[in-house]
Design a protein around this ligand. Structure first.
Ligand code: CAA
Length: 380
């Protein structure tokens, strides 16, 4: 039994579980072991199933579903594979600023294709020297007539090597004294754009993470999202919403290793009885389940607040912080319960989820950044 905070959630769980059993479970282990390669087939199937359409408005091909449903979808996909959840959610991370800040023409041009899965999206904020300090952007977009000429480098960009369209954060230089951090839509077929997948990633290996280079990339000025100079605030707003997705991904990971631990503890016999009879195991199960449920509640609270149109920046940061750390606790305890059968991938999925979980405390703002965001809400 999984707690639902809204009536619609059970139907989403059923849909995602059916999809996950058929399309993700049979390939997840194999995708994890291959060198970095974006699972295009799986992505297109998720598009066809309407997953990327969940949070988007109906007039652009979306389903207009509430965030609580979208969070539930991410949670359930992550139960099967954290990578599948993130490639789906990151397409939404790119579509969100177009939907929230774009003009009508931009929305009509990009959203339907991104929502259907025909086009892959990426959100390019991080640079080699602008990680947690996201405002320290060096990529420039120099205005030349009706064009931006873009130069710079981005790193750690999820799906950046396969993306068709990127929402790029860069400093617009328009001849005024101050550069203006802005969001610009870039189509990756544009000359001067190159990308490469980063190698030897610890986890979420079925999702690719890329280095992007922009060398005199010419993009029409019409591709500016909203106003020049508002790009940093747009990024923070986009991340507020996306962090609920990472919280949901963490809940999915925690639930998976918890479920596997229960099954294992009931069937693994030592000292003449299932290890579930041992108090040391029971305490671990109790602690895992308590953190898992608390993480789930924080995640749903943030999602419901976003749905109600309330301010949810602190709550999203709290959900992401707590859920990612709860998932860390759960993968660690699950590994201990499974012992050698957890450590070696031939026997179980625990080592994959153990590696996959680690990124949830790093991307879309580290745990330290979440703490800053939370504290700043009280100390302003
Ligand atoms: N929404 C909108 N505006 C906001 C905001 C929010 N949530 N938070 C702050 N702002 C505004 C502030 O009001 C302020 O505006 P004014 O200048 O008009 O006063 C402005 O933004 C700057 O705010 P701060 O002074 O608080 O900004 P800061 O520079 O001190 O700190 C930070 C900001 C929270 C540390 C921010 O840099 C941050 O979140 N860093 C982490 C970046 C991050 O999460 N990166 C993840 C990369 S994306 C990724 O991982 C995706 C992927 O591929 C999976």
């Amino acid at each position: 039994m999984t707690y639902n905070a809204a009536d619609s959630q059970q139907a989403v769980r059923d849909l995602a579980r059916e999809f996950g059993k058929k399309e993700i479970a049979p390939i997840a282990k194999e995708l994890d072991r291959k060198p970095p390669e974006f699972p295009t087939d799986l992505f297109r199937k998720m598009g066809k199933a309407g997953f990327m359409a969940f949070p988007m408005k109906k007039q652009y091909g979306g389903l207009g579903k509430p965030k609580i449903d979208y969070a539930t979808l991410i949670e359930e996909l992550a139960w099967f594979d954290a990578s599948a959840a993130v490639i789906m959610a990151v397409s939404g991370l790119a579509a969100y600023p177009i939907d929230a800040f774009g003009g009508e023409e931009q929305k009509r041009k990009y959203l339907p294709k991104m929502i259907s899965g025909e086009w892959i999206g990426a959100f390019a904020l991080t640079e080699p020297n602008a990680g947690s300090d996201a405002a320290n952007q060096k990529t420039t977009a120099k205005v030349e007539g009706d064009w931006f000429v873009i130069n710079g480098e981005k790193i750690f960009i999820t799906s950046g090597n396969v993306a068709d369209v990127i929402v790029l954060i860069a400093k617009v230089q328009d001849g005024e004294e101050r550069d203006k951090v802005s969001a610009i839509i870039v189509e990756t077929k544009t000359p001067g754009f190159t990308s490469e997948a980063l190698k030897w990633k610890m986890g979420i290996r079925a999702s690719t993470t890329a280095r992007l280079k922009f060398e005199n990339v010419r993009v029409p000025k019409a591709n500016l999202l909203g106003e020049a100079g508002k790009g940093f605030k747009m990024s923070l707003k986009t991340l507020d919403s996306a962090r609920i997705g990472i919280a949901a991904q963490s809940v999915g990971i925690a639930q998976r290793v918890f479920d596997d631990s229960i099954n294992y503890a009931k069937t693994r016999e030592q000292f003449g009885a299932p290890i579930a009879k041992l108090q040391a195991i029971q305490w671990r199960i109790a602690d895992m389940s308590t953190r898992l449920e608390a993480a789930r509640l924080l995640t749903y609270r943030a999602a419901l607040m976003e749905d109600k149109g309330e301010s949810f920046s602190r709550e999203a940061a709290q959900a992401k912080l707590f859920a990612s750390e709860a998932a860390s606790f759960c993968v660690d305890r699950a590994m201990q319960i499974h012992g050698g059968y957890g450590y070696i991938g031939e026997f179980s999925e625990i080592e994959r989820f153990y590696r996959d979980q680690r990124i949830t405390e790093i991307y879309e703002g580290t745990s330290e950044i979440q703490r800053l965001v939370i504290a700043s809400n009280y100390l302003r």
